[in-house]
Design a protein around this ligand. Structure first.
Ligand code: ADP
Length: 220
């Protein structure tokens, strides 16, 4: 394994991107750049961006391309991302964002775009039982037998359901995924960068497939 890589993880909401990205970022020793986490931290801090983003996120909508591109461009320009690479989680989400990302990364292009493939019916099931630590973002699956309040094993923060994990917002996000994000699969396929990975298996099994796909793309 060679440390450092420039990766994108695509896939439906609830496909397990967040959890896999945390593991991939440790494995390849690269920063995990999650636009959802960046927006949620702006919401917690109550910044101007956070106030605007909260409304959009709770309704299951998408924050405007220009704002998202600005945030990501700034993040990719920091030393850690420039020297070691990164794994992008939740960006790009529209063709406009992807084209701009191609431009920003023209000198140091993305190594591989992984499409974590999980069918819509299954992600709907997974998101409704998803719970998240509001401090460190660790994901959990609710069984209904947890102690309340539920405390995060990793950092001691509060584990709760995300405000945008309501049935209406989930369905809206999944519709927007089909309309706006799924065309990116063709975009990266044409560029020869796409690898589709079956995301239905166990977390360990999926992680093995993802790391193998990255290693193969760097050898070839
Ligand atoms: P999920 O994958 O479950 O939708 P994320 O944590 O990736 O969750 O994103 C949460 C919300 O943040 C999205 O529903 C959207 O409103 C906003 N968001 C995140 N990334 C982007 C992006 N690249 N473009 C537009 N909106 C975004």
């Amino acid at each position: 394994m060679i440390p450092g890589a420039r990766l994108i993880l695509l896939g439906r909401q609830g496909a397990g991107k967040g959890t896999q990205c945390v593991r991939l970022s440790r494995h390849f020793v690269v920063p995990h750049i999650s636009t959802g986490d960046m927006l949620r931290s702006a919401v917690r801090e109550g910044t101007e961006l956070g106030v605007m983003a909260k409304q959009v996120m709770d309704a299951g909508g998408l924050v405007g391309d220009e704002i998202m591109i600005g945030i990501v461009a700034e993040r990719l320009n920091r030393d850690d991302a420039r020297t070691r690479g990164y794994i992008l989680d939740g960006f790009p989400r529209t063709v406009g964002q992807a084209l701009e990302l191609d431009r920003i990364t023209a000198e140091r292009p993305i190594d591989v775009v992984l499409d974590l493939d999980v069918p819509r019916e299954l992600v709907l099931e997974r998101i409704s039982s998803r719970r998240v630590c509001r401090d460190c973002g660790t994901n959990y699956i609710a069984t209904g037998r947890e102690h309340v309040p539920w405390i995060c094993d990793v950092c001691g923060g509060d584990v709760m359901q995300r405000d945008d994990d309501t049935p209406d917002a989930i369905n809206r996000r999944l519709d927007l995924y089909e309309e706006q994000t799924s065309p990116l699969i063709e975009h990266y396929e044409k560029l020869g960068r796409l690898v589709v990975v079956d995301g239905v298996g166990t977390p360990d099994g999926v992680f093995t497939l993802l790391t193998a796909a990255v290693d193969a793309s760097r050898k070839g």
